[in-house]
Design a protein around this ligand. Structure first.
Ligand code: SF4
Length: 168
């Protein structure tokens, strides 16, 4: 059976920067929970960040790939450089995924760690731009298909294709 990596906040765990969760009610998630497939992860907590914590964004003009290459930073609204814990948490999430042979993840959209379709533009003004978070980038590079909480059906279909193709 394939496990699925899920952002901890999407399961209702109060790990977000504001001390809250982002619980999702979706039949696909309910089914995966019943099947025992769900592996939760909060990369930012895994990287040593506290709850609550100041919101952070990838700095303006940079992408997750730049952060991982050492050419960009992730900055909290307070000005604190949180690049190191974000990257460390991303690697912890990747290691967890690899331990469980995970090939599909559903991560919280918009986060500098977990975003898979958009992130915020680095100006803390609520402006979105296309891009991915640091954890999503690491997982994608390792061959994990990353979806957002708006894409449960797509994630389910992807998982079904993977399981059909698997011979072991
Ligand atoms: Fe949720 Fe990811 Fe942020 Fe953790 S790092 S609170 S799992 S969006």
């Amino acid at each position: 059976m394939q496990y699925v990596l899920i952002s901890s906040c999407l399961l209702g765990n109060p790990v977000r920067y504001d001390g809250r969760g982002a619980a999702q009610v979706d039949p696909v998630l309910a089914r995966w929970r019943d099947e025992g497939r769900v592996i939760p992860v909060c990369p930012e907590v895994a990287g040593g960040m506290s709850v609550p914590r100041p919101p952070a964004e990838i700095e303006a003009g940079r992408r997750a790939a730049d952060v991982l290459a050492g050419h960009g930073r992730v900055i909290a609204v307070t000005g604190l450089d949180v690049t190191q814990p974000l990257v460390q948490g991303g690697h912890a999430a990747l290691a967890l995924a690899q331990r469980h042979g995970i090939r599909v993840a559903v991560l919280k959209e918009g986060s500098p760690s977990c975003g898979s379709g958009y992130v915020y533009d680095g100006h803390f003004a609520g402006q979105r731009q296309p891009g991915v978070g640091v954890t999503a980038e690491l997982l994608t590079r390792a061959g994990v298909r990353v979806f957002s909480e708006k894409q449960w059906e797509e994630a389910l279909a992807c998982l079904a294709r993977i399981e059909t193709q698997d011979v072991d």
